[in-house]
Design a protein around this ligand. Structure first.
Ligand code: KIV
Length: 281
C-alpha cells in the first residue's frame, strides 16, 4: 500500500468546512487493528503522542521520538480508508525554528501518509504554523492544557480559569489567523470553550472542554476502559475492556493449569481430516 492517504478520505478543508455543523468525531489510534475499528465511525484519527504513555508506559509525552510517531503512523495508515489521519509532532521536533518544524513535519507526511500534523502551542507557535501552512503542511493546533508543557504548568491542570482565559483566547485567535485548519482545546472551562468556538472561524475539537466545541476527541484506550487506575473526569467510558481482558486471561490461565485447554477441537490429528473424509485439516 502506498504511504499517501486514500483519495476518498476526508481532507483538512473538509474538516474546516464542518465549523458549526454536525460535531466532528475524533479518536486516537496507534495500531492497525484499532485504526480499522475506529475508521468507519470517525472523521479524524489522531496518532497522538499520548502513545508514549498509553502503549509504552512512559510517565509523560516528553520522551516520545519522531521515529516512534513514524512507526505508529505507518501502522495506523494501514488501517484507515476514510478518516482524516493526523500525526502529532513530538516534543523537541518543532519548537526550535520553523525550518526544523518543516523538516520534521515533511518527514511525518512522507513516511506515514498523514494528511496533516498537530503541534502544541498558541501565540508562540503562530509563526511556525504560518510557515508550515504556507508550504503545504496542514496544521491542527493544540491549546489550553498542552501536555508537552506539563512541567511549566506543574501538572495536568485545568487551564484558562479567570484572568488566564484571555491568554488562551489570544492563543486561539493567533493560531487561527496563522492558518491552522482546526484546534484541539484541552481541559478548559466550558465558558471559555464556548467563547473561543464562537470567536474563531476554524473548528474547535474539545477534550475536557465541553459540548460547546465543534467536535470531540478522546484517547481511544481511555474511552474503552483499558485502564482500571486512570479515570479522568472528562472521559466517558463506553466499555470496560481492561476488566473484560483480565477476566478472559484469568480463564485462560485456569484452563491451562487444569489441562482444559487445549481441548480436542484445538488439536491436530495424525491424519488430516480432509483425507480422512472430514472437512478441514
Ligand atoms: O496525544 C494525544 O492523544 C492528544 C489528544 C488527547 C488530543 O493530543
Amino acid at each position: 500500500m502506498s504511504a499517501t492517504q486514500d483519495i476518498r478520505a476526508l481532507t483538512p478543508p473538509d474538516v474546516a468546512a464542518r465549523k458549526g455543523g454536525v460535531p466532528l468525531v475524533c479518536l486516537t489510534a496507534y495500531t492497525t487493528p484499532v485504526a480499522k475499528i475506529v475508521d468507519p465511525h470517525c472523521d479524524i484519527v489522531l496518532v497522538g503522542d499520548s502513545v508514549g504513555m498509553v502503549l509504552h508506559g512512559l510517565p509523560s509525552t516528553l520522551s516520545v521520538s519522531l521515529d516512534m510517531m513514524i512507526m505508529h503512523g505507518q501502522a495506523v495508515r494501514r488501517g484507515l480508508a476514510r478518516a482524516l489521519m493526523i500525526v502529532d509532532m513530538p516534543f523537541g521536533s518543532y519548537e526550535e525554528s520553523p525550518e526544523q518544524a518543516f523538516r520534521n513535519a515533511a518527514r511525518l507526511m512522507a513516511e506515514t501518509g498523514c494528511a496533516a500534523v498537530k503541534l502544541e502551542g498558541g501565540e508562540g507557535m503562530a509563526g511556525t504554523i504560518r510557515f508550515l501552512t504556507s508550504r503545504g503542511i496542514p496544521v491542527m493546533a493544540h491549546i489550553g492544557l498542552t501536555p508537552q508543557a506539563v512541567n511549566t504548568f506543574g501538572g495536568y491542570k485545568v487551564q484558562g480559569r479567570g484572568e488566564a482565559s484571555e491568554r488562551i483566547v489570544r492563543d486561539a485567535i493567533a493560531i487561527a489567523e496563522a492558518g491552522a485548519f482546526s484546534v484541539v482545546l484541552e481541559k478548559v472551562p466550558e465558558q471559555l470553550a464556548r467563547r473561543i468556538t464562537a470567536d474563531i472561524a476554524i473548528p474547535t475539537i474539545g477534550i475536557g472542554a465541553s459540548a460547546a466545541c465543534d467536535g470531540q476527541i478522546l484517547v481511544v484506550d481511555d474511552m474503552l476502559g483499558m485502564f482500571t487506575d486512570f479515570r479522568p473526569k472528562f472521559v466517558k467510558r463506553y466499555a470496560e475492556l481492561g476488566q473484560a481482558a483480565s477476566v478472559a486471561i484469568a480463564g485462560y490461565a485456569r484452563d491451562v493449569r487444569e489441562r482444559r485447554f487445549p481441548a480436542a477441537e484445538h488439536v491436530f490429528g495424525d491424519i488430516p481430516k480432509a483425507l480422512a473424509g472430514g472437512a478441514a485439516a
